[in-house]
Design a binder for this molecule. Structure first.
Ligand code: NOJ
Ligand code: CA
Length: 713
């Protein structure tokens, strides 16, 4: 574009255009605005013909001009020398129904702009960039259209820049290629030091090659705007970390690589990348309420998933993490990681008798599910072994576990047994066995499986978050869907909203879970862990955190470890941390007091797991969060609040209740002298009659919280 034309463009659009302030664009910006007009994305080409975008929220820039491009093996980079061949704009609006979720109906409303680019010089390659502007943020993706000379392409780098407007407050975890089980750090952007998080002794596999962060990464600007960066619809591509340039307040996409490929991703064109997403909000709680990441995924592709019932479950699980029992029957050395004692412990957890004990507990308390870990042979070779290929077959029970007897007893008592497949991070073996293993499950009326991928991936050189594993996790969802099986993956790829397309993806781990409280060398999760997770990891999707520890210090098993919350905080997690499956993770005997069910167990018995509405009442990243949810079907409400190490009070206005109805509210709160470390099990229960418009004032202790059930009379 000539200088004079550029001036005309500038005058035409005046100061309204952000790019005109920067003055390095050679095309007039193409603009797309959110339906409410508050978020605006501008796309332009620089003088060198490089694509760039920028974002404004309420007329203030939130993302400065940021460039986009790719580098490939065996062909020149695709990053400049472009012309725009077309710009198309459209609007979209729909409402879709969640089969299970935080709410029944989801509105999906956005304005889309698709910019078609072509290199002005040979080889005249083409690239389209699609932008979607929602009221709660933006997404964009690269679309490689079918074209001559570009078919099979190896990407060595995707360089999507996110240029920030200042040194924001950031809640981040390192961009580990193998695991998301790091604690979050709160710091200024300029202070991010991911390389300082290397070699965590608590992690079975960890690899942090750059000063990069994992997504979702959440930030707050000096003006109080919240931003969270993530991706949507990660299906056949490498997971994205964001490399940090502290001096420039800038991040650039850094895809997880593969040693085999010596690159990041292999794609077959036509190809669309995952969406790069930025949630934008004035209120931290709006980040949680946003459904944008889900909306950027395709609609349900697998049809009816009513074979999966949202549920609470117990499990032969915490006892192994505490070192009370073992996964293996042999009492092998390798299990001593969890006993911390060095001696050989031979006390198999998954015995027929023990499973029946858990079934009795579940049946007595209206808990639908039972997970049994360590039921199948192979656990003696599980960890601390390099050769983990093929150690599990997912069919052969240990001699002291009478599979048929347990299944029959569970059925008689109305309890559904959840399958456990620890793959030992040997996905090729798992893929070979999947169809037989899933058929075995179905033959035994099992509808859901918890999978696990502990350790370095076999084959060596692939990483949990690389394209090769992304495809594996996706294949598991597809094969499981064919067999009507729901999947709860541990050591997974991060959630990117795929549960919309594959609603058999019920939950996943992908964070530092409760288990760390049992054995982590640094003492476990600090009180601000979950008030941070709610605004970071939880933005990506349901979490199998496994809440519900009542015996907070468990000194009988581990003197140097504990849960760093109060008991009321543990109760609140059933509402705060969303998942359609929620574990009662503690030992059955810890839910008893003087031979009777612990009074606080009543909350867990009552609380819903499937919701028609959810509202974030209040919250601040890393400090506290209060969420209210309405149970699907019953119309009962449940409210949960958690705080970090600081005591806080909350006033809850019950405006959300139905007018004219009476409810019985039961408040489970911290005792007056409760404290996450000094007195974590002190609690109080208050029962009252409430109606719409009533107010309840609640005090939370340091590391504490509250849980409120509001049941229709
Ligand atoms: C790690 C998982 O997170 C945990 O829940 C499980 O008990 C072990 N792997 C064994 O599979
Ligand atoms: Ca784990």
């Amino acid at each position: 574009m000539s200088k004079s034309l550029k001036n005309i463009v500038k005058t035409l659009f005046g100061g309204l255009l952000l790019t005109s302030l920067v003055g390095c664009q050679s095309t007039p910006p193409a603009i797309v605005s959110s339906p409410d007009g508050l978020i605006r994305v501008e796309f332009s080409l620089t003088e060198k013909g490089a694509p760039q975008y920028e974002i404004a929220y309420k007329d203030s820039v939130v993302i400065l001009p940021s460039t986009m491009g790719f580098e490939f093996k065996d062909q020149p980079a695709l990053k400049e020398g472009f012309k725009i061949t077309s710009i198309t704009q459209s609007n979209f609006q729909e409402t879709w129904t969640m089969p299970w979720g935080e709410q029944s109906e989801v509105e999906n409303k956005y304005a889309e702009m698709r910019v078609a680019l072509e290199e002005t010089k040979a080889p005249n390659r083409k690239l389209n960039i699609a932008f979607r502007a929602f009221d709660d943020g933006i997404g964009f993706r690269y679309e490689f259209p079918e074209q001559e000379g570009m078919k099979q392409v190896i990407i060595t780098d995707e360089n999507t820049q996110f240029s920030l407007t200042g040194d924001h407050d950031v809640w981040w975890m390192p961009g580990d290629w193998d695991i998301y089980e790091h604690l979050y750090t709160a710091s200024k952007f300029s202070e991010i030091d991911a390389l300082g998080k290397q070699n965590d002794p608590n992690l079975a596999a960890t690899y942090i090659p750059e000063n990069a962060v994992n997504t979702p990464v959440t930030m707050r600007t000096a003006e109080g705007v919240y931003l969270s960066f993530h991706e949507a619809d990660l299906t056949d591509y490498a997971g994205m970390t964001l490399k940090v340039d502290p001096a420039q307040n800038s991040m650039v996409s850094e895809l997880v690589g593969s040693d085999r490929l010596q690159a990041k991703a292999e794609i077959t064109i036509p190809f669309n990348t995952p969406w790069r997403t930025i949630q934008i909000a004035d209120r931290a709680g709006d980040l949680i309420e946003s459904k944008m990441v889900l909306n950027l995924n395709d609609p349900n592709a697998i049809g009816d998933v009513s074979y999966f019932t949202p549920m609470k479950y117990v499990g032969i699980w915490w006892e192994m993490h505490l070192g009370k029992s073992t996964w293996d029957m042999e009492g092998s050395q390798s299990m001593n990681t969890f006993t911390n004692s060095g001696e050989t412990l031979s006390n198999h957890g998954a015995t027929t008798e023990n499973a029946m004990k858990y079934i009795d507990f579940a049946a007595a308390n209206g808990i639908r599910g039972l997970l049994v870990e360590g039921w199948n042979t192979g656990w003696d070779q599980w960890i601390n072994t390099d050769d983990r290929e093929g150690i599990f077959d997912f069919m052969t029970p240990y001699a002291d576990y009478d599979f048929n007897k347990v299944m029959a007893y569970a059925k008689e008592k109305g309890v559904e047994v959840i399958m456990h497949h620890e793959t030992s991070a040997a996905p090729l073996t798992y893929e070979k066995q999947m169809d037989v293993a899933y058929k075995f499950m179905k033959d035994n009326d099992m509808n859901s499986v918890k999978t696990g991928y502990v350790g370095k991936i076999i084959p060596k050189g692939e990483y949990h978050h690389g394209q090769w594993m992304v495809k594996h996790y996706h294949k598991v969802l597809e094969e499981a869907a064919k067999m009507k099986i729901a999947v709860n993956a541990h050591e997974p790829i991060k959630a990117t909203g795929k549960r919309r397309t594959y609603p058999n993806a019920i939950a996943r781990e992908g964070l530092r879970g409760q288990e760390f409280n049992a054995w982590a060398e640094d003492g476990g999760n600090p009180p601000d862990h979950l008030p941070t997770v709610a605004f970071t990891r939880m933005l990506s999707g349901p979490i199998d955190f496994t809440p519900g520890v009542f015996n907070i210090k468990f000194d009988e098993y581990k003197k140097n470890n504990q849960v760093s919350t109060t008991l009321a905080h543990q109760l609140a997690l059933y509402v705060v941390i969303y998942s359609p499956i929620q574990m009662l993770c503690d030992l059955p005997e810890h839910y008893m007091e003087n031979g009777k069910p612990h009074p606080a167990l009543q909350f867990i018995r009552d609380v819903g797991v499937d919701w028609s509405e959810s509202h974030v009442h209040d919250g601040e990243v890393g400090d506290f969060v209060v969420i209210a949810r309405k149970e699907k079907g019953s119309g009962n409400w449940f409210v949960g609040g958690i705080t970090d190490e600081n005591a806080r009070s909350q006033n809850i206005s019950l405006d959300f209740l139905d007018p004219g109805k009476k409810y019985e509210a039961r408040l489970y709160k911290d005792g007056s002298d409760a404290h996450w470390n000094d007195n974590p099990q002190a609690y109080q229960i208050e029962t009252m009659e409430v109606a719409q418009g009533d107010d309840i004032a609640i005090a939370m202790a340091p590391g504490g919280g509250f849980a409120l059930s509001i049941i229709q009379k």
